[in-house]
Structure formats: C-alpha cells, structure tokens
Design a protein around this ligand. Structure first.
Ligand code: GTP
Length: 359
C-alpha cells in the first residue's frame, strides 16, 4: 500500500479571477475538477489512500469528496492558516498510517504529468533515498527551481528561480512530485509556514541526506497560468496528456445538457461544460467553457476560459482572455491577449478593444 499527500491549499493567484470562487485544483479541466485527474492517476498507479492538504476554500474540496466516490480513500486535512508546501506536508503527518521507513508520495495540486508514479516509488525504495524528486527538463528554466544531479542521480543543489547564465547549470526542474521516507516528514518543523523547496530540501542536502532525482521526459505542465490551464485541458481532451478521468478523447468534449447551434465549430480540445448554450456559427477553438455559460451567435473564442454562467454577446472575439463567473460581455466586443474580466462585471454592447497591451 502506498499513501500520498496532495497539496491543494494554495490561493492560485495567477489564475484570478477564476480562483476567487473555486480553488485552482477544483476548477474543471476536461470536464472534471483537476484534482480528480490527479487522484485517479495516483489510484491507478497503486496509491490506496490520499490525504488532501487543504487551506484556501477547504469547504469546496470537502463538499466534492463527500459527494463522489473516486475508488480510493480520501482524507481531508485542513490548515487553519496556510503553512506553505513543507508545512502542509508536516500538517498531514497525523493523517498518515505509513511506518517511519515507508514511502509517502507528495503531489503539487496543479501539475499535469505523464510521470510513471509507480516507477518513482520503486526507484525511491531500491535506492534507499530519503527523498526522491521527479525532475523534468524545460527549455527556459528561469521561472522554476533548478535541481542539478550527479552521475549517480543524487541531487547536488537546489536553485530557486535562477536568473544569471552562471546560475542556470541544468535544464532539470523540480516537477512537483516527491517521495518522502515518512520519518523525513516527522522532522519538518510544526506550527509555522515552511517551504519544501526553499527550506526542507536544501536543509536535507546540508545534513547529508540522500536526495535523489528521477528525470522523466514525458508530458509535464504546470497549470498555474490561464494559458497553461487551457493548454492542459485541451491536451487532456485530445489525449496528449494521460488521465483515466477524461470521458472521451477527441477534438472537443461537450458535457450533458449543452446545446450547440447550427454550423458552430468546436475544435482544438475545447471543453464545453454542462448546460452551456453555444449559438449558431460560433467558432470555439482551444478553449474551456464552464457550466451554464451562454455564447451568442457568431462569437469567436480561442485560447480562453469562460467562467460559470457568464454570457458572451453575439459576434464577440475573445482570444487569450479569462472571463470571470457570471460576467456579461455585450455583443461585438473584442477581448484579447491577457484580458481578464472579473466575476459579474458587465461590459456593454460596443466594439471596444480590451487588451492588456492595447497594441
Ligand atoms: P499561485 O498563487 O498562482 O502561485 O498558485 P498556488 O497558490 O497554487 O501556489 P504554488 O503554485 O506555488 O503552490 C504549489 C502547490 O502547493 C499547489 O498545489 C498549491 O495548492 C499548494 N500549496 C501552496 N501553498 C500551500 C499551503 O500553504 N498549504 C497547502 N495545503 N497547500 C499549499
């Protein structure tokens, strides 16, 4: 039996305004909350028990878990105050049943990946590591934590968000999934915020612990920004990212209760949530439309997220934008390149151009 801790307590600030009502891991991705993809992947890899480390809007997780059977035991641990990634892992300790030398998986709640989870656990056990980290190579590592390893796969350093060329010593980054020997979790300080990336891991290296890295070159995406959120959802729908929780692979996914107008074209892995009304002649390509939205005739929506119950007027052009829940966008508007509309905002019927760069 393997236990896991899933860290889902962050505020998801980069995905605002979507995360005002719903915590990031509970936003629907390819038709189900993102957390469901992670829990079912872990379940299929042999994990039998998951502790959800919640903080921000914990009640949303509780309601969902109480009402859905995911075929695995899910326990909810809620921090009174956010304790950071390391503090959240330590806070989950009393909820774990593993012995001190047994492996405990830890997942960040916003990473979509094709990682061989069982393989990482096997590596951890056979190498007798204290902690094993999933690493992935990226083209531009500046926004991430770099994790160089030696020829035996032992981690030699942790470098958070390197900027100078001298600091960029590897393209391997911390991919947000770890295996801890349970006794290592015991030693994380309690009662205060702790960052696993900035404090726990560097501290373990200093103390001479065996921290190993496993590089996996398969699918990996951090769903933390609007564009990557849309990308991840579309990749799941099109079968480019693996998950047992996608209802059907194809060029688009339409949930029950939605009505798609004549000549409307859905493509690029678009998800249309339930009870959505898509007008005639719309083009929706590479987008995520949440439940209950109404899209007017002839609207063109690409690379965008349309919030729950929002109304998009006919003929609108929306590209690379986030429309908050319940917002109303009048006919003929253009919202481009990074535009974000707050929940319940109303934009009148004009042909105004809304764009973050206004170019
Ligand atoms: P941003 O605010 O947009 O950076 O997103 P975030 O809040 O999710 O932060 P980040 O991406 O750095 O967090 C990585 C993972 O750890 C996510 O799955 C978060 O939900 C989780 N996390 C971050 N801080 C906490 C915390 O204090 N408690 C718990 N339980 N989880 C956390």
């Amino acid at each position: 039996m393997t236990e896991a801790v899933l860290l889902v307590g962050g505020q998801g600030t980069r995905l605002r305004p979507l995360t005002i009502n719903t915590p990031k891991p509970m936003l629907p991705v390819a038709g189900v909350p993102f957390t469901v993809h992670q829990i079912t992947r872990a379940r299929d890899a042999g994990v039998t028990r998951i502790v959800l480390g919640t903080s921000y809007r914990a009640e949303v997780f509780r309601e969902f878990i109480d009402g859905n059977d995911l075929g695995i035991e899910v326990v909810i641990a809620t921090e009174d105050e956010p304790l950071g990634t390391g503090g959240a892992i330590r806070h989950a300790l009393p909820y774990l049943t593993s012995g001190p030398d047994e492996p405990v998986l830890v997942f960040n709640g916003d990473v979509l990946s094709g990682l061989d989870i069982a393989g990482l656990v096997r590596h951890h056990v056979t190498s007798e590591s204290d902690v094993s980290l999933y690493l992935t190579p990226v083209e531009d590592p500046r926004a991430y934590g770099l994790v160089p390893t030696d020829e035996l796969g032992r981690v030699t350093q942790f470098l958070e968000k390197p900027q100078t060329p001298e600091e960029i010593v590897t393209d391997q980054i911390n991919a947000g999934c770890y295996v801890f020997k349970r006794s290592i979790i015991d030693a994380i300080p309690t009662g205060r915020p702790v960052s696993v990336e900035r404090e726990t891991f560097p501290g373990l290296l200093e103390a001479g612990a065996l921290v190993s890295g496993v590089v996996d070159r398969g699918y990996w995406l951090d769903l933390g920004t609007p564009l990557s959120f849309v990308r991840g959802s579309c990749d799941l729908v099109m079968g480019l990212a693996p998950s047992p929780a996608v209802a059907a692979i194809g060029s688009s996914l339409v949930l029950p209760g939605s009505v798609i107008g004549a000549r409307a074209h859905l493509d690029g892995g678009t998800t249309i949530g339930s009870n959505v009304d898509v007008g005639d002649d719309c083009v929706i390509d590479g987008a995520v439309v949440f439940d209950g939205a109404v899209i007017g005739a002839g609207a063109r929506i690409t690379n965008s997220i349309i919030g729950v119950g929002s109304r998009i007027g006919s003929g609108c052009v929306i590209d690379g934008a986030v429309i908050g829940d319940g917002a109303v966008i009048g006919a003929g508007n253009e919202l481009l390149a990074g535009a974000r509309v707050w929940p319940d905002a109303v934009i009148g019927d004009t042909a105004v151009r809304f764009s973050s760069d206004r170019s």
